[in-house]
Ligand binder design. Structure first.
Ligand code: UFG
Length: 328
């Protein structure tokens, strides 16, 4: 049987495809290539289709014996979601409706879902636990929470079981340097810092230096993309063995400030990486750090690439080899 990976040509999706392939799983990828890159997936069964095209999706389920779905296909930028909420509801929420409906029609009962720390909004306690209140402060987090709730009701109604993985800040790249992060436009801290080291940008802007943190800049919990990929595999195994749904945070449990990330990148790249202090970016919580004890205990998740140096070094390896990202 095969595992369908939607959005498998995106950043986290492509690393997950790689990981599952290394585990000898038979993989089918569906991606509309709106943000994904065909070159990031080297597999036989790739379909350039949109999950909102139910007829096309149904064809994929007919052509392959799908056991379960790993669902990445979605819009995922907090800032963009504030100015384009319709796009986020249409692609993320309606896309999920289409996918779950086609799964139901084909009697496919397992889904691993790419969720986010953005479902929590401004946290009331650190580290954040899965039982803490969800109160998104932007349409991106709101749509991901709606998708989680949709899965809950589909489980009640149709028996579709799910594992929802709420990631904190994904970072790094596959050690081979063959795949990595390439967004257009890029808004994430780590790739932007490395573009300065590459000479593509002159300086990195630090958004806010008056937060109540160690050095005034925002603190985030960075997690290596291959550790995220491994968690998706363990989540599928959990569904295979345990037959029950659940929600898990995925982070390292360590917080690094924006300035600490820049300093570490200076050491890794041996480049001065000039920075400039700017105003706060709206909607940024001061500190986001996960408790991932639940994933460690119940999924047996054991992140292998803890250090920030390792995450930056792997990302740097990718960016140096592919200074303009994937061939457009
Ligand atoms: N930052 C800068 N300068 C930049 C870019 C970012 O200072 O040029 C700062 C941000 O203000 C933030 C930190 O670096 O404090 C990290 O920002 P990213 O944009 O890299 O990541 P976010 O924490 O905003 O977003 C991540 C995920 C989202 C997820 C969110 C949860 O990318 O998908 O965490 O809050 F929704």
């Amino acid at each position: 049987m095969s595992i369908l990976i939607t959005g498998g040509a995106g950043y986290i999706g492509s690393h997950t495809v790689r990981y599952f392939t290394e585990k000898n799983e038979d993989i089918v990828v569906v991606d509309n290539l709106q943000n994904g890159h065909k070159d990031s997936v080297q597999i036989d069964h790739f379909y350039n289709i949109d999950i909102r095209d139910k007829d096309a999706l149904q064809e994929v389920f007919i052509n392959h014996n799908i056991e379960g779905v790993i669902h990445f296909a979605a819009n995922s930028l907090v800032g963009e979601s504030m100015s384009k909420p319709y796009d986020y509801y249409e692609n993320n929420v309606y896309g999920m409706m289409c996918l779950l409906d086609v799964m139901k029609e084909n009697n496919v009962k397992k889904i691993v879902f790419s969720s986010t720390a953005a479902v929590y909004g401004e946290p009331k306690q650190i580290p954040i636990m899965e039982i803490n209140e969800t109160n998104p402060t932007n349409p991106y987090g709101e749509t991901k929470l709606a998708m989680e709730k949709m899965m809950k009701w589909f489980e009640q109604g149709y028996g579709t079981q799910y594992v929802s993985l709420r990631y904190f800040n994904a970072a790094g790249a596959h050690e081979s340097g063959m795949i990595g992060e390439d967004h257009e436009p890029e808004t994430h801290l780590m790739p932007l810092i490395l573009q300065v080291a590459l000479g593509v940008r002159e300086q990195i802007a630090i958004f806010g230096s008056d937060y109540p943190t160690i050095d005034g800049t925002c603190v985030r919990d960075y997690i290596h993309v291959m550790d995220l990929a491994a968690a998706h595999y363990l989540a599928l195994e959990y569904l295979r063995k345990e037959n029950k749904s659940d929600v898990f945070n995925l982070g390292n449990g360590n917080g690094y400030s924006v300035k600490q990330v820049i300093d570490t990148a200076r050491k890794v790249t041996n480049h001065p990486i000039p920075s400039v202090l700017k105003d706060r970016r709206s909607g940024d919580p001061a500190v986001l750090i996960a408790s991932s004890e639940k994933a460690k205990t119940l999924l047996g998740w054991n992140p292998q690439h803890h250090s920030l140096e390792k995450m930056i070094a792997d990302a740097w390896n990718w960016h140096q080899g592919n200074p303009e990202g994937y061939t457009k």
